[in-house]
Design a protein around this ligand. Structure first.
Ligand SMILES: [Ca+2]
Length: 456
């Protein structure tokens, strides 16, 4: 077990409750939900019923400004596992070929599973991979599950935890449920939870998207409207826009119901951890692979750089981390997962990681780790470079599209991103600064697209 030195000696405060140097390394349970908007969790939205997740989050640290490296499944999952942006690991949109080449075939990059296996961890995977056989990219146990109810995935978890009972060696378990991704099949008892709920669309709801490349979800002018077909126990909705408010609320009801069902499954998992005495020794990380546009700006799906698409629910919990809810406003990236896990295990970090360890925020949750966080979704039309990239500071967001349209949003005054203020004279200096951040980030990751203008 050499190389695992436990918690850094320099972290006081919240972590002070944890022994400074552990004889026994921590276990990790990472739960990656699919297409869960940051507002679709109880602690961010009182309408949404997620008691199990709220309980975990309520004794941990909630990251209120967490952004995915890419708001699309394949690219985001490859980024979560490697700690690299899509244009670095090569899976830029929905095609995993680049990741398979750089990680599986050429072994240029390691996943968190590779890194932890080298330090004595048993690594296991279950649920949605989207990147091929999990054993190909470093996991020792497990498999991909394609059951959209996630019953197979959580059955695997139950069996795995049962086998870990009494075993002092550490594990790293990656649980990737498919809910609340389409098709939504929560069952009538879960839909009933929201029968009398006062649901409402967001202020930026539109029946159809406006013109403009920042709304593209594929080739220019193309949009995905897959969320208009809901199958299973739920009635079919007619395809394509315009979608009325009533149609969208029907969808939202099924979406929240699927989130609640997932919450119950996570609750059962946590109960088993407690019963098997693994709970106090297991770090639980919860996050989603991307957000979801619930009719925001007339869109469904994700892919765009809007908050509903790139911002995710995310928290870290373990028994003893905190007795009360800690809300952290710092800008956080999904790329921070790998360095955080490595920091907490004492495993050396590869030098190429783009993310940062979140461990300093446990002690100082109001600290900022970075000036800006970035996200990209390029290649969704089948061509490298097609799509969007963004940089976001605490107050501002700058979006650059494939046809060099620019958007600047004042997130403080306009959290629903309804006013593009890039052209306003009073924002010239801000626009220049955000363009500089964008250029810096594009240079760092080797973005193939031309850089934004240098001056306003
Ligand atoms: Ca997804």
């Amino acid at each position: 077990m050499s190389g695992i030195t436990g918690i850094s000696l320099t972290m006081p405060s919240i972590l002070g409750k944890i022994p400074r140097r552990r004889e026994r390394p921590l276990n990790f349970l990472v739960v990656v939900s699919d297409d869960q908007c940051y507002r679709a969790i109880g602690y961010n939205n009182r309408v949404v019923k997620t008691p199990a997740l709220d309980r975990l989050a309520g004794q941990g640290i909630i990251f209120d400004h967490a952004y995915v490296a890419s708001p699309i499944c394949v690219a985001s999952r490859a980024s979560l596992l490697t700690g690299l942006f899509p244009q670095q690991h090569g899976a830029i949109a929905l095609d995993p070929t680049g990741f398979r080449k750089s990680v599986v075939e050429e072994k240029r990059y390691k996943t968190v599973a590779h890194l932890l296996a080298g330090a004595g961890y048993t690594t296991a995977f279950c649920g949605k991979s989207h990147l091929g056989e999990p054993r190909d990219y470093g996991f020792m146990l497990g498999e991909e599950h394609k059951d959209t109810t996630d019953n197979e995935t959580f059955a695997f978890v139950a069996q795995f935890l049962d086998q870990r009972r009494g075993n002092p060696d550490p594990f790293f378990l990656w649980v990737a449920p498919r809910q609340p991704h389409l098709p939504l099949r929560p069952g009538p008892e879960w839909l009933d939870l929201y029968r009398d709920a006062r649901l409402e669309v967001d202020p930026n709801f539109l029946e159809s998207p406006p013109e403009g490349s920042i709304y593209n979800q594929g080739m220019p002018g193309q949009r995905f409207f897959r969320d208009t077909t809901v199958t299973g126990n739920y009635k079919n909705l007619p395809g394509g826009p315009p979608r009325t408010r009533e149609m969208m609320l029907d969808y939202v009801r099924a979406y929240y119901a699927a989130v609640s069902r997932l919450d119950q499954q996570v609750g059962q998992l946590v109960a088993q951890l407690e019963a098997s005495k693994l709970y106090g020794h297991t770090v639980i990380v919860f996050l989603s692979d991307n957000g979801y546009l619930l009719g925001n700006h007339g869109l469904g799906n994700k892919i765009t750089m809007h908050e509903e698409s790139v911002r995710i629910p995310m928290f870290i919990h373990w028994n003893g981390l905190s007795k009360k809810q800690v809300r952290c406003p710092a800008l956080v990236s999904s790329l921070d997962l790998v360095p955080t896990v490595l920091d907490l295990t004492g495993v050396a970090k590869p030098g190429n990681l783009s993310g940062l360890s979140l461990a300093p925020l446990f002690a100082h949750p109001r600290r900022q780790l970075r000036k800006y966080v970035a996200s990209e979704c390029v290649g969704v039309g089948g061509t490298l470079g097609m799509g969007h990239r963004m940089v976001r500071t605490g107050r501002w967001k700058y979006v650059l599209t494939d046809v060099n349209d620019e958007a600047l949003f004042d997130e403080g005054a306009d959290p629903y991103e309804m006013n593009n203020v890039a052209g306003q004279e009073s924002n010239r200096r801000t626009l220049s600064r955000l363009r500089r951040y964008m250029t810096e980030w594009m240079d760092r990751i080797g973005d193939t697209h031309e850089r934004p203008p240098r001056t306003v």
